[in-house]
Design a protein around this ligand. Structure first.
Ligand SMILES: Nc1ncnc2c1ncn2[C@@H]1O[C@H](COP(=O)(O)OP(=O)(O)OP(=O)(O)O)[C@@H](O)[C@H]1O
Ligand SMILES: [Mg+2]
Length: 254
């Protein structure tokens, strides 16, 4: 018997606005994601990637169609129930980091636990561990302004994983970073997927970054136009072997 998918979108549509200005951002998306997968979502600007991510992240609901998360019909949940589901199972990372300014890395990472009502002692310990796991031990007291872009995104990832989510959703997490920093962030997402078993869903415009994923889903004009397994995720390739592959950033390896 096959186990049901963790995530299942069935004939999902999304219409923004109404009447003459109505815009159909999703036109019948079918997508099934197993626990433990690492999916890169690609496609042209305006093809519905972020709309689909908002849906998957339970930040928005389909206009029609169904979304099953872990067997629960998300489109039938109340706003509060969706918020609980988000808090319990999902972690978010955005292109612009979205950290609180003038607030230390430690406090930024503790925030989701504060919302959960966890006592100070647990919050401190968990945030310290999360920061260490993204390579930022010793940086706890720094504010975002005192950190590089790559470090800020690491803090944002620590904040996303401090609640031990089942799924990490990242919308263009390397969009504001240079190539070197982007690869470091992708290595980190890869480790979270492989070592911690977190299912990762990531939107990216860059093929080099998508190559870290185990599966690449391409959106075009509001539908899934292609959905392919990546037989050789970038993080698995021995450095010496990358020269022969057209899709790996050989220049970054040196
Ligand atoms: N809140 C909104 N209200 C109205 N229209 C929206 C809204 N959000 C997105 N859209 C429209 O829906 C379509 C899909 O947008 P979406 O943001 O999902 O695209 P995307 O694939 O993420 O693009 P990009 O690569 O530029 O981020 C676009 O035509 C966009 O203008
Ligand atoms: Mg987008």
């Amino acid at each position: 018997m096959s186990t049901p998918a963790l995530i299942q979108l069935a004939n999902v549509t999304k219409v923004y606005g109404s009447g003459a200005t109505a815009l159909q951002a999703l036109k019948g998306v079918n997508l099934s994601i197993e626990a433990g997968d690492f999916v890169a979502i690609m496609g042209p600007s305006g093809s519905g990637k972020s709309t689909a991510m908002n849906m998957l992240g339970c930040l928005d609901t389909p206009t029609t169609g169904s979304y099953l998360f872990n067997g629960a019909h998300v489109e039938q949940l109340s706003r509060d129930q969706r918020a609980l589901l988000r808090r319990r199972y999902l972690g978010f990372v955005f292109q612009g980091f979205n950290l609180l300014a003038r607030t230390s890395a430690q406090e930024n990472v503790e925030l989701p636990l504060l919302y959960r009502g966890e006592p100070a002692r647990q919050r401190h310990g968990a945030a310290k561990n999360a920061l260490a796991s993204v390579g930022l031990a010793g940086w706890e007291d720094h504010t975002p302004a005192e950190l590089s872009g790559g470090q800020q995104q690491r803090v944002a990832i620590a904040r996303a994983i401090v609640t031990e989510p089942t799924v990490l959703l990242a919308d263009e997490p390397t969009g504001n970073l240079d190539t070197q920093r982007s690869h470091e962030i992708m290595d980190l997402l890869w480790k979270l997927n492989v070592d911690h078993g977190i299912t990762v869903l990531m939107v990216t415009h860059e093929l080099d970054m998508a190559q870290y994923a185990k599966r690449i889903v391409r959106f075009v004009d509001g539908i899934v136009a292609s959905d392919t397994r990546n037989p050789h995720p970038a993080a698995l390739q021995p450095q010496a072997a990358t020269a022969g592959s057209p899709n790996t950033p050989a220049a970054e390896v040196a």
